[in-house]
Ligand binder design. Structure first.
Ligand code: FES
Length: 192
């Protein structure tokens, strides 16, 4: 099959889009890569939102309805951050050798959650990623969508304690801009 280069501009200057683009390029921007690409988006950003789904649809030359349908059909895709705050700790090789394992241990000690979990009070969702495209800044983490360079245990503990001690804002996540769910989406993977 002929390889097709992406011509879709990134939604923002966030370098994590380069990871998504790499995943798509590995598959020649073919629609069959949809699931893997969505996994890459989720690993990089923590969840799939309207912007990322539209970007993936355009880049893979798929109807948006198909991409939204797959994203909403499978339970393993999240369409919104489940916690009030999100923390993604990069566990890629570049970050791992610089101590991201210790960062996760700090997270577990301070917030009593593991990767993929949300604190019982709904304040923080913790995720890990294989690489967030900021290896020169290792070890890196992403706090509420912002890449934070050269993370250490003291810094991550400080941020978590601030979040945990903060007043809970009554955020209606369903009403967040960019979060859309297609209520009766059909599984469309077989026809991708
Ligand atoms: S390995 Fe962590 S940013 Fe690349």
């Amino acid at each position: 099959m002929q390889e097709q280069m992406a011509s879709v501009p990134f939604p923002s200057s966030d370098r994590r889009w380069k990871l998504v683009e790499s995943a798509m390029r590995r598959h020649g921007h073919r629609g069959t890569a949809l699931i893997e690409v969505l996994h890459t988006v989720q690993e990089s950003f923590g969840y799939l939102d309207d912007v990322s789904l539209r970007f993936v649809a355009s880049s893979l030359h798929l109807p948006k309805s198909k991409v939204f349908g797959v994203a909403t059909f499978y339970d393993f895709f999240r369409l919104k951050p489940t916690g009030e705050h999100t923390c993604v700790v990069c566990m890629g090789t570049g970050c791992y050798v610089k101590g991201s394992d210790a960062l996760m241990k700090t997270v577990e000690r301070v917030a009593h959650v593991k990767a993929g979990e949300t604190t019982p009070d709904g304040k923080i969702s913790v995720m890990t990623a294989r690489c967030i495209g900021a290896c020169g800044l290792a070890p890196a983490a992403v706090f509420d969508g912002e890449v934070v360079p050269r993370m250490d245990s003291a810094k991550i503990e400080d941020q978590f304690r601030k979040w945990l001690d903060s007043e809970t804002h009554d955020v209606a996540l369903e009403d967040m801009p960019g979060v859309h769910r297609i209520p009766h989406a059909e599984p469309v993977l077989a026809s991708v």
